[in-house]
Ligand binder design. Structure first.
Ligand code: OGA
Ligand code: MN
Length: 313
């Protein structure tokens, strides 16, 4: 098959959402390659808004992979959690890959429940994901309750902390590990030795800085991959984690995306948390395809050399 003509000279529009962050992109076909200038504009919009919504996209799996690869390398998924369609495509659904509604008690649906906790994708990796791209294949009907994806802005969450708390958090690290999410539900199979060796526990700074935003600080805690703070007494660390988890849930930091079929949503895992809103998994079908941009380096904290090198000593 010959390559489709690129999106040259398309007049598209970037319209910020009426919300604390995010933008909607109109007039762009994500199934065809972006020309350099358009790609630059979308990159800049991503750096500025962190959440991009493209409506009415008709996108095959390989086209979604190609779209995502324009922004960088994709993550491959070594973890055997049975929700992968292909090494680069996550099947986020309460429906099997052959189209059967699985229901709330099925192990695949229970994996989805881990997504209902505030998180960033693959925070349990030494280099977590930069961003994710998710496509709405089947979504809940308009009158059904739940099923949204909620996003929370961690720049705002950091800035909303008291000065004393900011100071306390500055040198701290959270322990992230894949097994934590699997252990939350006893229906999920135990993590094998092989998986454990592929994704052993890692630590990331609780205050991270954003390389595309002049190293602006944001809060980085997740609730699906751990609740321990490195170097702190276990109980005290968990209490601090609980307090922060409550803080990041404030509605003021949040954008709720109500899915329409054929939405393509791209988000920045370096400064947003996200979670799936619950819904009746026995009744409604919900099917997404997710591709995931690999991170470009370790999570930077305020003490990283990258920051120190910018400042006169
Ligand atoms: C994910 C995820 C959210 C949702 O697939 O990483 O968090 O709303 N999904 O399903
Ligand atoms: Mn996720």
């Amino acid at each position: 098959m010959s390559k489709p003509a690129p999106n040259v000279d398309v007049a598209f529009e970037i319209r910020p959402l009426d919300a604390p962050f995010g933008a909607e992109i109109f007039g762009l076909d994500t199934a065809t390659p972006l020309d350099d200038q358009t790609l630059q504009s979308i990159r800049r919009a991503f750096e500025e808004h962190h959440l991009l919504v493209f409506r009415d996209q008709v996108l095959q799996p390989d086209e979604q992979v190609a779209f995502t690869e324009q922004f960088g390398e994709l993550e491959l998924f070594p973890e055997a959690d049975k929700t992968k369609d292909a090494p680069k495509i996550y099947h986020v659904a309460n429906v099997s890959t052959t189209g059967e509604l699985l229901g709330a008690k099925h192990v695949q649906s229970i994996y989805q429940q881990v997504n209902a906790r505030w998180h960033t994708d693959s925070s349990y990796r030494p280099i977590p994901s930069l961003g994710s791209v998710m496509y709405g294949v089947e979504v809940l009907p308009d009158d059904a309750e739940g099923g949204e994806t909620e996003f929370a802005n961690m720049f705002a969450a950091y800035e909303g902390l008291a000065d004393g708390m900011k100071h306390t958090l500055e040198p701290l690290y959270m322990v992230h590990y894949y097994e934590f999410g699997r252990r939350l539900y006893r229906e999920l199979p135990p993590v094998s030795h092989e998986e454990k060796s592929l994704v052993p526990p890692v630590c990331h700074p609780v205050v991270r800085v954003h390389p595309d935003r002049s190293y602006r600080r944001s809060l980085f805690i997740t609730t699906n991959a751990g609740n321990e703070i490195g170097g702190m007494d276990l109980g005290a660390g968990q209490a601090l984690h609980r307090e922060l988890a409550e803080h990041v849930s404030a509605p003021a930091f949040r954008v709720t995306h109500r899915w329409r079929r054929n939405d393509l949503v791209m988000w920045d895992n370096r400064c947003l948390l996200h979670r799936a809103a619950g819904y009746d998994m026995d009744r409604y079908r919900r099917v997404f395809r997710r591709t995931t941009l690999a991170g470009s380096g370790p999570v930077l904290g305020p003490f990283s050399n990258a920051i120190r090198d910018r400042q006169p000593r």
